[in-house]
Design a protein around this ligand. Structure first.
Ligand code: GDP
Length: 623
């Protein structure tokens, strides 16, 4: 349900317009309230041509408007700024527009009312003036629609325009499960007991739910809910709602209190905000100035500490810490307005970036840094965002992407690590700074690519110890340093095993099939029969590789393999013979074992290569 609030100078025709659009007379609300079963929510509603129903909040009187406007801040989807054609922009129009701008209301329509009172030329002038003023505000793109409640001119166009604007307005009815109801009225109705009204932020709010009234910290229970005169068991965010509370007397509740789930919020007396002083502000904001803070439905006096400026003149922005005269319940991201108390005039507005800050000293760069970060999101959130899809990234890159100072980012990382939202991989276990960071989802995605690749490799080449490291690295498309860390982590998790050349699944133990085993046994038996002139293997290269890997055979040259025992025996013979005779020739070696020249030469060349022997003249000596 969209909630639209009217704004505009007194007597510019807001109530008349609401009545013309909805058929509900705002002036009759007080009377309806007296009827026992009807709870006055202070709004009318209408069905647009699209079939969509919207709430229209209209509050007579400038001061009441300001308070209601602010009370409904979080609950307003769009604004209807009403400007009378005959008077055009008046002081209250400007102030309301400034407030809408400060509150970041970007959706809305400007209605030029009483169009019947002026001629077309005048109307065009008024229209131009309005467009100029809107251009620098959050409502810069708001359509301008002339209407007359008296003649009915433009009303259909207004309804259609409302639909168009709402088509582009995201609905806020996404419930995060943390209902907050800034209380704009508390009263009692015979037979009902205590009732509070407000626009629900977040949600949902349900009948039977235990709630807490803040800042008092009083417990209560939701006995009943009403919205649009209908009884409901659940209300979604963005709706005007009347809550019937059990366990609390209405005299304990004041306008400006907040209804929330027990323990969800902690009241505060100090807040940090990013403040913007409106161009039309009657004066600059000075250090330690007394101001009236409006946030949610609450209004509280406070003093301002300007953290990064001597003074904030009209149009300026800065970091401000407010010390409040009494505690209120707010949270980060809440929008607020500051007015000078007398004469009561809007001077600035802003967004809360820290609802529970420590007391700051002025002109401290580290304080400004921290607030800058918080304004963009909490450091944890920003850091988490910088991780993107969670695939492994070098910490140095993440740090850069997060645009945070290292100290703040490290603190955020510690939180994310503690909450297991991030994994850190270290080059050097002593160094606390991670080399690579990724998320559990990013890790899962890596496993999804790594493990099936290895499984496929084992299926294709079952006798192979594992996949060559470089093959896997390229499949995972990781830079070498990152790949090494990822492998280390996978090994630590017991998923894989690796040596310097290959990688395999932890449980992979390549074994020949019975048929292969028979081939292998008969080959080994043949070798044992002619150990010095062994037969050339005539079977599958994979089986041969498996035997070599297990050192059942030792490769001498292409097609020449020896049994390990024979290999050792030959080396031993050479050592002994060379040390007594001085050297050994190929012929001597061949004759001693009755092998062929081919084998003798290959063996000695193999030993030369391995720096066991070397040629000297006709024979070999020990290297
Ligand atoms: P609000 O204070 O902004 O709510 O203004 P009201 O709705 O009470 O209207 C103020 C005065 O303007 C009333 O006397 C209305 O009759 C008159 N008015 C409102 N709309 C129109 C209109 O479209 N044409 C003319 N001529 N008068 C209007």
């Amino acid at each position: 349900m969209y909630v639209i609030g009217t704004a505009g100078h007194v007597d510019h025709g807001k109530s008349t317009l609401v009545k013309a659009l909805t058929g509900i007379d705002p002036d009759r609300w007080a009377e309806e309230q007296r009827r026992e079963m009807t709870i006055d929510l202070g709004f009318a509603w209408l069905t647009l041509p699209s079939g969509r129903t919207v709430s229209l909040i209209d509050v007579p009187g400038h001061e009441r408007f300001i308070k209601n406007m602010l009370a409904g801040v979080g609950g307003l989807d769009a604004a209807l700024l009403v400007i009378a054609a005959d008077e055009a922009i008046m002081p209250q129009t400007a102030e309301h527009l400034a407030i809408l701008d400060l509150l970041g209301i970007t959706h809305g329509i400007v209605v030029i009312s009483k169009a019947d009172l002026v001629d077309a030329e005048w109307l065009a002038l008024v229209q131009d003036e309005i467009a100029d003023q809107l251009a620098v505000t959050s409502l810069a793109t708001a359509p301008i629609v002339p209407v007359s409640a008296r003649t009915g001119q433009g009303l259909d166009a207004l309804r259609a325009t409302l639909d168009q604007v709402l088509d582009m307005t995201p609905t806020r009815s996404v419930a995060q499960g943390m209902p907050r109801l800034p209380v704009d009225r508390a009263f009692t109705i015979g037979g009902f007991g205590t009732v509070v009204t407000g626009t629900l932020l977040d949600g949902p709010l349900r009948v039977g739910q235990e709630v807490e009234l803040l800042p008092q910290g009083l417990p209560a229970r939701v006995r009943g809910l009403q919205s649009h005169n209908a009884k409901l068991t659940e209300v979604l965010p963005g709706n005007r709602v009347a809550v019937n509370l059990a366990g609390i007397h209405h005299s304990a509740i004041a306008r400006g209190d907040l209804l929330a789930l027990p323990g969800a919020l902690r009241p505060t007396q100090m807040i940090d905000l990013r403040l913007r002083v409106i161009l039309a502000a009657p004066q600059s904001i000075e250090q330690n100035m007394r101001l009236d803070l409006f946030v949610g439905a609450a209004e509280v006096l406070c003093r301002a500490t300007l953290l990064d400026a001597e003074v904030l003149p009209p149009g300026a922005e800065g970091w401000v810490q407010l010390r409040l005269e009494r505690p209120i319940a707010v949270q980060r991201g809440d929008r607020c307005i500051l007015r000078i108390p007398s004469p009561s005039l809007t001077v600035a507005g802003g967004t809360i970036v820290d609802a529970h800050p420590p007391r700051h000293r002025r002109f401290r760069p580290d304080v400004a840094d921290r607030l800058d970060t918080l304004a963009r999101g909490t450091p944890d959130e920003l850091l988490f965002q910088a991780l993107g899809d969670g695939a492994p990234q070098f910490w140095s890159d993440v740090l850069q992407a997060s645009a945070m100072t290292e100290a703040i980012a490290r603190e955020a990382l510690d939180t994310l690590l503690a909450n297991q939202r991030v994994l850190a991989l270290h080059d050097d276990p002593v160094n606390v700074t991670p080399t690579v960071v990724l998320t559990p989802a990013g890790w899962a995605a890596l496993e999804q690519r790594m493990l099936p690749a290895l499984r496929a490799f084992h299926t294709r080449l079952p006798l192979r110890r594992g996949m060559p490291r470089e093959d896997l690295r390229q499949r995972l498309r990781l830079p070498p340093r990152m790949f090494t860390l990822v492998l280390g982590e996978a090994q630590q998790r017991g998923l894989i095993a690796a040596d310097t050349v290959s990688i395999w699944l932890a449980n992979h133990d390549p074994q020949p099939t019975p048929a292969e085993r028979r081939v292998l046994d008969s080959y080994l038996a043949a070798m044992a029969r002619t150990p010095y002139g062994p037969p050339t293997p005539d079977f599958d290269a994979e089986l041969l590789a498996w035997m070599l890997e297990r050192r059942m055979l030792i490769k001498i040259a292409a097609d020449i393999y020896f049994l390990p025992g024979t290999y050792a025996e030959l080396i031993e013979w050479l050592r002994v013979t060379i040390s007594t005779a001085g050297s050994v020739t190929v012929g001597q070696f061949r004759d001693a074992f009755g092998s062929s020249r081919k084998y003798a030469l290959a063996f000695l060349e193999h030993l030369d290569e391995r720096n066991i022997t070397r040629r000297e003249g006709e024979g070999r000596v020990l290297a």
